[in-house]
Design a protein around this ligand. Structure first.
Ligand code: ZN
Length: 347
């Protein structure tokens, strides 16, 4: 349940269901490694199945993997269910078309209308698809948005980097003409820190170079560690927290370089939207580095960079930034709430 006064409501009854027969609820969080399913309400048990993904089945064709996914979901959804799917891919929130997901379907870049295929297979089910960052945002907002919260964002710094912003006052999640919002990981990143040009030209998973994800994502951290010549670059996720705790100057330098563009993103967000009252930060990189990451972002955001950005003190940042612990934000829990938001997912 949300804090008092927020506009998040309990999910309304599905209007397509016959009167007197409450819709079954079916939710799934689909990633490259696992598909987590829940049939029933928020309190029903979660079932975890291996994902029919490229990650698990490198030998299978994309067509086969997609067919396996459709089969898995359409086999599991109860008759007449209201189904809400959280999908680990860039997705058109207006149609349910999946633009691409390397862990699920490899380098296949042709859009795939997963929602249409599910509706064809199981027309009795009401299918709703959203990106997993959107689903995480809904869960984060439900827990953390207070009565005065106007807009809330969730930023994931993980194997990729993405951001979603919801307008809590109007229960809206604005998207562009392609049904997307906040794919910030693939924005070009300015290397403005002294010495940061050592990271120039690093590749991104999308094939370009010098993107935010080139440097600041999990794989980006490994690439940056290689550039800095760290002998433990391949084990950066395991070794960095300990090296930071031990005061290793190379580890410190790596953290500073990789957190800088994320701090710059946050600074820009607040400059453009002063009503962005709350930002949650999660994902494997942020959660794995924990207090080190939080302290570095806060240190940077405290510093004045110009007359327009005078820096933010501890109290200001305490009110607006939430660093999420592992497991604290759950896309499966969040996607249950999509029915409340769907009329507001809009161009
Ligand atoms: Zn990119």
């Amino acid at each position: 349940m949300t804090r008092a006064g927020t506009p998040l409501r309990d999910a309304p009854e599905d209007r397509r269901t016959a009167p007197g027969a409450p819709a079954a609820t079916f939710a799934a969080d689909i990633g490259g490694t696992w598909v987590r399913l829940r049939t029933g309400g928020q309190d029903a048990p979660v079932e975890r199945l291996p994902s029919p993904s490229r990650l698990r089945h490198p030998d299978r064709s994309t067509a086969r993997l997609r067919a396996d996914m459709v089969e898995l979901l359409s086999d599991r959804a109860p008759a007449g269910a209201r189904a809400a799917l959280s999908f680990g891919a860039a997705i058109d929130h207006l149609t349910g078309t999946v633009y691409g997901s390397a862990p699920l379907w490899g380098a296949e870049s042709a859009p795939y209308d997963l929602a249409a295929e599910l509706r064809r297979r199981r027309p009795d089910v009401t299918w709703h698809l959203v990106n997993d960052v959107t689903a995480a945002l809904l869960d984060f907002a439900a827990v953390h948005a207070g009565p005065g919260t106007r807009r809330v964002a969730y930023l994931t710094v993980s194997s990729g980097i993405a951001l979603r912003i919801a307008d809590v006052e109007r229960t809206r999640i604005p998207v562009d003409a392609r049904g997307l919002q906040g794919e910030v990981g693939h924005l070009p990143v300015p290397l403005t820190d002294p010495g940061a040009d050592v990271l120039a030209g690093l590749p991104c998973e999308c094939g370009a170079t010098d993107h935010l994800a080139s440097i600041a994502s999990g794989p980006g951290l490994t690439r940056a560690a290689h550039r800095l010549g760290l002998p433990w670059a391949e084990q950066v996720a395991d070794r960095l927290p300990g090296a930071l705790a031990a005061g290793d100057p190379d580890a410190r330098r790596l953290l500073e370089l990789c957190a800088a563009p994320v701090a710059q993103l946050l600074r820009t967000l607040w400059c453009l939207d002063p009503h962005l009252d709350l930002i949650g930060i999660g994902g494997g990189v942020a959660e794995g580095l924990g207090g080190h990451y939080a302290a570095e972002l806060r240190r940077r955001l405290a510093a004045a960079t110009s007359y327009a950005d005078r820096g933010h003190d501890d109290a200001w940042l305490d009110d607006r930034l939430v660093f999420c612990a592992p497991g604290q934000v759950d896309p499966l829990r969040g996607v249950h709430r999509i029915g409340d938001w769907l009329p507001g997912v809009t161009r």
